[in-house]
Design a protein around this ligand. Structure first.
Ligand code: ADP
Ligand code: MG
Length: 700
């Protein structure tokens, strides 16, 4: 859907902003989670909300400030007291006063005479900073702002404070944000008149939040921030309703199952289904037998056996004469699924093909022919399954294996073909009910709680990276006993290149000890190279796999019983849980070593403690929500949990109800979203990146 031109300035790459070179541009792309190979855009910056503010409005003179106050003072500069020669540790002191009293300004290691230039004797300056006491004298050490009287306007009396990342300074971020604010267009109003009350328009709200004039502008409960939170909820609710209206549309076919193929598949399985798997299958069969379209979420921790449920479902579809598509998030995972399912399908006489972007032309052509003729019942692949050129004879079911990248966005990416089928979504993150509602709409949920029998608990240990030598020695012993290990390398925030370098360094170090037994896989490798490395590891030809998390470590290697995660303190809880779940799949007892670097932040320590103490994904998910509630900015992205950027659920959740009602009302009144109101809603959907929902708007 083409984007309204009015939004163009907000979708411009930050690379085109003043002061953004390649390095900063890469940092911003990473920080804002831009898709691989793409830049961050102006909108990312606009949506990056301050986490708080500094109030500098206390301006009532030296006599009225006390220890710990942030004050802004209009000072007359009296005298400089630079450090004596050869004593660089003594601070440079500046004596100053206003009509109420005296104060000193203190600078450590001030070189090059800049203090003298910034605070010329005999002149007046506005100075803002935290007031302290030393030897009974009032002083400000390293003021935050020193401003000439005629430039008082540039001193932010209410100063927003932003979440930052290593390498990104507040100064740079603030400057860029101001630049962007100047380009924000006046947008049509999408908030219904009756709801608006004292709320400013979108543009004005953004200006207030980023350039607050008073605390009410900056506060979470203030009109500006409230409006923006509502906007975000409204966009989400509109998108969900549009998707839902598609999903529940009657399919008109009540599936009938003979049981013949599912029985053969069950017989081909080397195990019997758990009670949980059976219950999930019953839910699914009931859905499929009803005339409405199925829309079901299958939640189950890593290793809980979702793939078999998908296979049995696809076998049932084949019995009713329809085809199924299994969509994985990466080519690697698609290949993995195919490899697991193919032998079972063959034994059950069920046709299955793999479709990837990188296949040989002849292979692909054969697969496409079999799908078009109906000779094949199951297609496994990535979203490429739904690209043009792929024709199914009768596609009846789409299974989406979302791992952790779930959300309505994925559902929307299915395109026409996929959306009209029954839908089974599998996710490995146990999702609390409230999140299911906001992010999945009204999907029905089946849960696999127990793990297949025979699973051994995983011994999890947390160690400082200083123990590296001992870890390697122990690893050597375990490898000699026939074990295999994953070694996951740190996520370096600055750049993906550095990620790879750190993995390459670790790889080289381990190679010195383990020689050809070690292999390396990372996101910069070609798909074919990755698959070759994975295949070697799965076949046991290599014993240790060093990997970055850029690739999904979503592979099933039952013999791998050791998971080592370096810089574990940098990972989110869900990610740690997911990584650990890669071991503990075989008969051997498994171990997970979390190596961390000191000092640990409080939340990082809490995360590691949680992972160490439990393997229950639901407990971990709840704890994750709690911890991220404390404002771990990167947590949202790292853990893969869907997150709001403007709305803060603890404060704004009442607005979700309002947005829900308003979205229902708007679509009921104006299903085609016609006219000025519809135009505004479309702008809103684009603004919050829900534009994939736009094609779902019914023709008016
Ligand atoms: P996930 O839910 O993470 O996708 P998988 O479907 O990959 O889990 O299953 C993990 C492992 O458990 C696989 O090796 C699979 O063969 C095995 N498995 C699945 N169901 C059972 C069962 N009922 N009994 C024993 N093993 C099972
Ligand atoms: Mg899986």
């Amino acid at each position: 859907m083409s984007r309204p031109a009015i939004l163009d300035p907000l979708f411009r790459s930050l690379r085109s902003s003043k002061g953004v070179g390649p390095q900063l541009s890469a940092l911003l792309a990473r920080f804002f989670g831009a898709p691989e190979g793409q830049d961050a855009i102006a909108l990312d910056l606009l949506m990056h909300m301050p986490s708080g503010f500094v109030d500098r409005r206390r301006m009532d003179g030296v006599a009225n400030t006390y220890h710990g106050h942030i004050s802004t003072l209009k000072l007359h500069i009296d005298r400089h007291l630079p450090p004596p020669r050869g004593k660089p540790h003594v601070p440079h002191r500046v004596m100053a006063h206003d009509e109420t009293g005296d104060i000193q300004l203190v600078f450590f290691r001030a070189q090059g005479g800049w203090v003298e230039r910034a605070l010329p004797v005999g002149e007046t300056r506005f100075v803002s900073g935290e007031v302290g006491f030393f030897n009974g004298e009032k002083q400000i050490t390293h003021p935050d702002y020193i401003v000439e009287p005629e430039k008082f306007e540039t001193l932010p009396l209410v100063e927003p404070v932003y979440p930052l990342t290593h390498g990104l300074s507040a100064k740079v971020l603030v400057k860029l944000t101001r630049q962007i604010l100047d380009t924000v267009p006046e947008l049509p109003e999408w908030v219904p008149e009756a709801r608006r009350g004292p709320w400013p328009g979108f543009r004005e709200a953004m200006a207030r939040v980023h350039l607050p004039q008073n605390p009410a502008d900056a506060e979470l409960g203030g009109a500006a921030r409230t409006r923006l939170a509502y906007d975000e909820y409204l966009a989400g609710q509109l998108a969900l309703l549009l998707v839902r209206s598609e999903l529940v549309a009657p399919r008109g076919v009540a599936r009938v199952f003979t049981g013949a193929i599912t029985e053969r598949v069950a017989a081909a399985l080397p195990f019997s289904l758990t009670a949980g798997q059976q219950a999930a299958l019953e839910d699914i069969r009931r859905d499929l037998a009803a005339p409405e379209r199925m829309s079901r979420l299958l939640q189950g921790d890593v290793g809980s056996g979702k793939t078999v449920v998908a296979l049995m479902t696809m076998a049932a579809m084949a019995e009713s004469g329809a085809q199924s598509a299994l969509m994985a998030p990466t080519e690697l995972l698609a290949a993995q699924h195919y490899k697991t399912l193919k032998p079972l399908c063959e034994r059950a006489g069920l046709g299955i093909v793999l479709l990837t972007g990188k296949q040989k032309a002849a292979e692909r052509r054969a697969a496409l022919e079999d799908l078009a003729s109906g000779a094949t019942s199951i297609a496994v692949g990535t979203h490429a399954l739904f690209q043009s050129g792929v024709a199914f004879r009768d596609l009846g079911l789409t299974v989406v294996d979302e791992q952790h990248r779930f959300g309505v966005h994925q559902r929307l990416a299915l395109s026409e073909k996929g959306r009209h089928t029954d839908l089974l979504v599998m996710t490995a993150t146990p999702i609390p009910r409230t999140l299911v509602l906001t992010h999945f709409g009204d999907m029905a949920v089946s849960i696999l709680r127990e793990k297949p029998a025979g699973r051994q608990p995983i011994d999890t240990a947390v160690l400082p990276i200083g123990e590296y030598e001992r870890v390697v020695a122990r690893l050597r012993a375990r490898i000699d006993e026939g074990a295999q290990a994953f070694w996951v390398c740190p996520l370096v925030e600055e750049s993906e290149t550095l990620d790879v370098v750190s993995a390459e360094d670790r790889f080289a170090e381990l190679q010195a000890v383990f020689g050809a037994e070690v292999a390396l896989v990372h996101g910069r490798m070609s798909g074919a190279a990755k698959q070759a490395v994975m295949a070697d590891f799965a076949a046991g030809r290599t014993r240790i796999l060093v990997a970055t998390t850029v690739i999904e470590v979503g592979v099933d290697v039952p013999n791998a019983s050791i998971m080592i995660i370096e810089h574990a303190e940098r990972f989110g809880l869900a990610q740690l849980h997911q990584l650990r779940g890669r071991v503990g799949r075989g008969a051997k007892r498994s171990a997970c070593l979390l190596l961390f670097k000191t000092p640990l932040s409080e939340t990082a320590e809490a995360r590691l403690e949680t992972i160490k103490s439990t393997e229950d994904g639901f407990v971990i998910a709840e704890r994750d929500l709690e911890l991220r509630g404390q404002g771990d900015v990167l947590g949202t992205r790292q853990s893969g949990m869907p997150g709001y950027r403007l709305a803060v659920p603890d404060v704004h959740s009442y607005l979700l109800e309002w947005a829900h009602e308003d979205a229902i009302e708007a679509l009921a009144r104006n299903p085609g979203l016609a006219g000025a109101e519809g135009e505004a809603m479309r702008v809103l959907l684009h603004l919050f990146r829900k534009d994939l929902a736009i094609p779902l708007i019914r023709a008016g």
